[in-house]
Ligand binder design. Structure first.
Ligand code: 5GP
Ligand code: MG
Length: 177
């Protein structure tokens, strides 16, 4: 385990099991309906890759970029959105996928932005949720795990652009320890 990781919060096996369950929930709600899965890069890319392989319906994948933390472990409160979408989402069901819901600012901004593209409906799916940190009133429609206020890494989530490749979710060692 990298020295920056204090302990494992969710193992690879636990993640796999939960992602499979999430896919069943999504499958149950959308079935064979057309669905656009819009992944918020870069944090959700591993979650995206795992989730879509458990889905059987006709899904279209698109990505959008957001960055809110820079190199800090506390949200700066400004989420920059970079939209280079090619997929036409007008009148389509869109499922926004993000790695973690923290203050809620990022997802709220992305939702508002996507709304302006005229989709039929928007749903949100986050792998992790830290409700105790919420500043904006937003709840995910689908959520992998609800966690306490820890800075977590792995399974797509980074620490200063590293550790995204860890196959588990780990809690970051307090800086200075
Ligand atoms: P929010 O706008 O909800 O405060 O922040 C959401 C974004 O902040 C996430 O998409 C993620 O990029 C980043 N973030 C929030 N909490 C964590 C965390 O515990 N670990 C990591 N690596 N990123 C986080
Ligand atoms: Mg993110």
């Amino acid at each position: 385990m990298p020295r920056q990781v204090a302990r494992v919060l969710f193992t690879e096996a636990q993640i796999r099991q939960r992602v499979r369950e999430l896919a069943s929930e999504i499958q149950r709600d959308f079935g064979d309906e057309d669905l656009v899965i819009l992944a918020v890069l870069r944090g959700s890319m591993i979650f995206l890759a795992d989730l879509i392989r458990f889905l059987q319906g006709p899904v279209t994948i698109e990505v959008i970029r957001a960055a809110s933390y820079g190199h800090a472990t506390v949200s700066s409160g400004t989420a920059r959105i970079r939209d280079e979408m090619d997929v036409d989402i007008r009148n389509r069901d869109v499922l926004i996928l993000d790695d973690i819901l923290d203050t809620g600012r990022t997802l709220a901004r992305i939702k508002g932005h996507i709304q302006s593209h005229g989709p039929r409906a928007i749903r949100t799916c986050v792998f992790l949720d830290k409700p105790s940190r919420r500043v904006v009133d937003i709840k995910p429609d689908y959520c992998g795990f609800t966690i306490e206020d820890h800075f977590v890494v792995g399974y797509g989530l980074d620490y200063k652009d590293t550790l995204r490749n860890l196959p588990y979710i780990g809690i970051l060692e307090e800086e200075g320890n």
